[in-house]
Ligand binder design. Structure first.
Ligand code: A3P
Ligand code: MG
Ligand code: MG
Length: 384
């Protein structure tokens, strides 16, 4: 966030924008009233097991167990060599799990109120289907200075499906990942193991295997301005109290971060980390984030809970800091941009939206290419 804001669009680009060839990421354009964002409603969930198999239920949901000590001293390095099964992130799943969930729950999606609100040409009653993580990237785009993105959009029966495509830079980074980086990615999952139980009154299994194939995902419906959204996101755990409200209000996001020792570190934490944490949890309506602060040797030295709704207050003292309204207005305008560009209702046509830091969002159109991402099994079910 301390990086310079991209320049306002030059006259040529501004003119281009009226013909919808690019979208500006200039922050000031999005500093207007906070857009309508309806309270996300959980419409279902699914689980992925240790072999990444889909289940239309909550079997992988875990229960939060608060650390017993103020200084927990969890060793996040424990088990990295012997008890770690890492998901193969070279396997690109696209929207497949969400599509499976949709096929298993079509009746629910076409519930009376949903059907009434949707035009007959729109089979699912929503304008967009995507992963929460893709929306998180959109929310943080006006403040991102390092990593660009590629988002593929395709229209089927009135609904736009949005799925990420790995950039060359991201691919290169993934393949060049160092051992240290790989171990630090493990730390986040190890923290989850120290603070979660498989049963409501269970205890964490510190000696168990960390398997990052396993996941519990919530599926929520909401509306951003005039865009009806259906998206799914991984949820780390829920409040173990059976009297807690239903999802997403009972869910907790778990995070790890380097311990904060200096004013500079605190400022960076507010400017960069809290932006990502806020965006990720605000979207699905996850109200609390539990952060484990660790030292350089991977020992958790403190744990703190953040209310997602209070994060924007927390950062107000930072000079020139990020603003939730900019994030949400940019996302809303990007979705409008996609709506206006991706007009052909044909899963063989993919509109590829691309963004690099300090540039504008642009797109290309691809017919019958490797970018097509709606699988045949989904198309057969949805179009017969
Ligand atoms: P931390 O969040 O503690 O960093 P999530 O927090 O979204 O539930 O993800 C769990 C862990 O997965 C993260 O722990 C991190 O270690 C790893 N992870 C998630 N997204 C990642 C990304 N884009 N790059 C690298 N690691 C990631
Ligand atoms: Mg997670
Ligand atoms: Mg987490």
């Amino acid at each position: 966030t301390s990086g310079p804001d991209p320049r306002p669009p030059a006259p040529a680009a501004a003119a281009a924008q009226t013909t919808l060839t690019t979208l500006s990421v200039w922050r000031q354009l999005y500093e207007r009233d906070f857009p309508l964002y309806k309270q996300p409603l959980e419409v279902g969930c699914f689980s992925l097991d240790s072999r990444r198999r889909f289940f239309n239920d909550a079997r992988q949901l875990r229960y939060y167990v608060a650390p017993e000590r103020k200084i927990p001293n969890f060793d996040l390095r424990a088990g990295y060599r012997e008890r770690f099964v890492r998901r193969d992130d070279g396997v690109k799943e696209g929207l497949d799990h969400i599509l499976r969930w949709i096929l298993a729950n079509r009746a629910k999606l076409q519930a009376p109120d949903a059907a009434a609100a949707s035009p007959p040409d729109c089979a699912l009653g929503v304008d967009f289907v995507t992963w929460r993580g893709h929306l998180t990237k959109l929310l943080t785009t006006p403040y991102e200075t390092r990593e660009g993105w590629l988002l593929a959009a395709t229209r089927l029966r009135g609904t736009l499906y949005v799925s990420e495509v790995e950039t060359d830079a991201a691919r290169a980074e993934r393949l060049a990942r160092t051992e240290r980086h790989s171990e630090m990615m493990y730390w986040g999952y190890k923290f989850e193991q120290y603070t979660c139980a498989a049963e409501p009154r269970g205890r964490p299994d510190e000696g168990g295997v960390v398997n990052t194939n396993e996941a519990f995902c919530t599926v929520v419906r909401t509306r951003l301005a005039n865009h009806r959204l259906l998206f799914s996101g991984e949820v780390d755990c829920r409040d173990a109290d059976p009297r807690a409200p239903p999802g997403p209000a009972c869910y907790l996001e778990l995070k790890t971060s380097a311990e904060i020792c200096t004013a500079k570190q605190r400022s960076n934490f507010h400017r960069f980390k809290l932006l990502k944490w806020w965006a990720q949890s605000f979207l699905p309506g996850v109200p609390r984030i539990v952060a484990g602060f660790r030292d350089n040797d991977g020992m958790v030295v403190s744990v703190e809970t953040y209310q997602t709704s209070k994060i924007s207050q927390l950062i107000k003292n930072e000079y020139n800091c990020w603003k939730p309204t900019v994030c949400m207005n940019f996302c809303s305008d990007f979705l409008s941009f996609v709506q206006s560009v991706a007009t052909e209702d044909d899963p063989r046509v993919v509109y590829l939206f691309s963004w690099e830091p300090h540039k504008e969002v642009s797109y290309t159109v691809h017919r019958d290419t490797q970018y097509c991402f709606l699988p045949d099994w989904y198309l057969r079910e949805m179009t017969h």
